[in-house]
Write a protein that binds this ligand. Structure first.
Ligand code: PGA
Length: 246
């Protein structure tokens, strides 16, 4: 068994309802009753659905994650949620530094690192997101931007997952080519070096059932972070079923 088991993670973003969470868990459960997943499965719903979806996913052995956390364990931060609160609800992972947080909430690398450290301190595994914009790729800066984000966002130690999500591929239907993914993941794997030998590298950006097998078969890809296609249990399952056995 590899020390980097494939991880199929769903990011529901600001979508979903109690009824949708129940239906998703029911449908996923039907598949899992028939076929064991070859990969580790994880769903990151909005905070309002963590409790309910967590209860439904626990018997299925599907992991629960959150989409963000605050860098402090408690305090006067109206509207924010602390990592220990997520841990208490049964989360095992939390996404930090998603490009939508970096863009719409102006989170910089130092903030993302502080959040990742808070996650680790609470016993959670942070999924640290990095990725370049289309303009940065077109001007030949993809590796320098992504490398800089990695340097600035990763905690000094502790188990993390890294998700490479080119901003231009998120929610656009334009996924990166297999060669682009292989190149960036190879770059990140070399950059992580020996201390990061067990760090899983996920690809994210318009992953869907039709391209999942090719992406998951790409060198240095240890899983995927799936947005839109993770909302439908059938699509999420189809992506999970495309995982190579490790
Ligand atoms: P997408 O989103 O799969 O809808 O492109 C991916 C993500 O933002 O994590």
């Amino acid at each position: 068994m590899s020390d980097r088991p494939v991880l199929i993670a769903g990011n529901w973003k600001m979508n979903g309802s109690l009824a949708a969470a129940d239906a998703f868990a029911f449908q996923l459960g039907e598949h899992l009753a028939k076929t064991r997943a070859a990969a580790e499965l994880l769903v990151c719903p909005p905070a309002t659905l963590l409790q309910r979806l967590g209860e439904r996913l626990r018997p299925l052995k599907v992991g629960l994650g959150a989409q963000d956390c605050h860098a402090k364990p408690s305090g006067a931060f109206t509207g924010d949620i602390a990592a220990p609160m997520l841990a208490e609800l049964g989360c095992r992972y939390v996404i930090v530094g998603h490009s939508e947080r970096r863009q719409f909430h102006k989170e910089d690398d130092a903030t993302v690192r502080a959040k990742a450290e808070a996650a680790l301190a609470a016993g959670l595994t942070p999924i640290v997101c990095v990725g370049e914009t289309e303009a940065q790729r077109e001007s030949g800066q993809a590796e320098s931007v992504v490398g800089g984000q990695l340097d600035g966002s990763l905690p000094a130690s502790g188990t993390v997952v890294v998700a490479y999500e080119p901003v231009w591929a998120i929610g656009t239907g334009k996924n990166a080519t297999q060669a682009d993914i292989a190149q960036m993941h190879g770059f990140l794997r070399r950059k992580l070096g020996a201390p990061g030998a067990a760090t899983r590298l996920l690809y994210g950006g318009s992953v869907k059932p039709s391209n999942a097998a090719e992406i998951l078969a790409t060198g240095d890809v240890d899983g995927v972070l799936v947005g839109g296609a993770s909302l439908a249990a059938e699509d999420f399952w189809a992506i999970a079923a495309a995982s190579p056995a490790r």
